[in-house]
Design a protein around this ligand. Structure first.
Ligand code: ASP
Length: 344
């Protein structure tokens, strides 16, 4: 805002005088007091698309598809945060997009139970007041994360499951979809061959310009799971957690282990009670508490510090903020198409 004023002033002084007047050195505008130009509060979005062992020989077009999908979600989410959107809206929006993307194990493209059906789990939490909502074992809800948010906002409950959750979805105006809406050719083949699928749960954590955190997670669960099985993703404190005083967390991996160890809440508790940084707390849970290959977490502190930690072969993940976008599958930063640039 100050630059136009400054050039206008410069123009008034140096361009508007008598043609014959000797050139004068315009007086520089004194720096504005800090109060007039407050630093713009930062914002950050971190997402994951599941931890597992993405094969190193992932075909270039598949690799590009993952990177472009994650980058698109980050681009849209950070534009919204930049414009002042609330972190809760941004994490929900990010997960709806990833649920609709057949690449990931959430919404369309979710893995199948042993019986060949899809049962979906999701949860969402706001760091400001610990408001949260979750759904588990839903079979006809296109965007489970939207239903989780409706549970949070329109019921006195935290978790609705199965038919009760689906009946509630209808009262919220959500048209049911047939269960095979979620099936893709890739998932059908994996199921027919009784193959263990790559993980591909999706999650998001965000810090908005108001300093508020939010977290969300959505999944089809573990491939070939027993019907009725519920993992950590819809369990507040296990797969998802957010507290404005500490951090926001979304987990991915073998849900039973994340539930047993209350992983998401434990990361927040280590920050609160042991004074650890979000990176220290996340590393402790993933590398000391959990076992090798159990999975990974994304976590974002209330000061904007990012932790993306996993003990598997890789984790689809990315982050964005005022400095740009970064996407990774393994350790190195992935090249982004177009005008995207990697954050420093
Ligand atoms: N944590 C999810 C579950 O156990 C699966 C995953 O993240 O891949 O249901």
């Amino acid at each position: 805002m100050r630059r136009p004023t400054s050039s206008l002033l410069l123009c008034l002084v140096s361009c508007g005088g008598e043609p014959s007047a000797p050139p004068t050195t315009p007086e520089l505008e004194p720096p504005a007091p800090a109060l007039e130009a407050p630093a713009t509060p930062a914002f950050t979005l971190v997402i994951h698309g599941g931890a597992g062992a993405p094969p190193r020989d992932l075909a270039p077009d598949q690799r590009a598809a993952y990177v472009s999908s994650l980058a698109g979600v980050l681009r849209e989410g950070c534009a919204a945060l930049d414009a002042g959107s609330a972190s809760l809206d941004v994490v929900e929006r990010a997960l709806r997009t990833l649920e609709d993307d057949p690449l990931f194990n959430a919404g369309r493209g979710a893995v199948m139970t042993r019986e060949g059906r899809h049962e979906l789990d999701a949860s969402i939490m706001r760091g400001t007041d610990h408001a949260c909502g979750a759904v588990a074992s839903v079979r006809t809800v296109r965007n489970p994360i939207a239903l989780a948010r409706a549970v949070m906002e329109h019921t006195p409950h935290v978790l609705l499951v199965g038919e009760g959750a689906e009946a509630f979805a209808i009262t919220q105006g959500m048209e049911p979809v047939p269960n095979d809406y979620f099936t893709t050719e890739r998932r059908r083949q994996e199921w027919e061959q009784r193959r263990d699928a790559e993980h591909g749960t999706v999650g998001a954590v965000a810090l908005d310009r108001e300093g508020h955190l939010a977290a969300a997670t959505s999944t089809g669960g573990l491939a070939m799971k027993q019907w009725g099985r519920v993992g950590d993703s819809p369990i507040i404190g296990a797969g998802t957690y957010a507290d404005d005083a500490t951090c926001a967390v979304s987990c991915t991996g073998t849900g039973e282990e994340f539930i047993r160890n209350g992983v998401a809440r434990a990361i927040s508790a280590r920050m609160e009670l042991a004074g650890e940084s979000v990176g220290q707390a996340a590393r402790h849970l993933v590398h000391e508490t959990l076992r090798e290959n159990d999975g990974g977490v994304i976590a974002l502190s209330h000061t904007g510090e990012i932790a993306m930690v996993y003990s598997t072969g890789g984790m689809f993940r990315g982050s964005c903020g005022p400095d740009g976008i970064e996407v990774r599958i393994w350790e190195q930063t992935e090249a982004l198409a177009g005008t995207d640039h990697a954050a420093p």
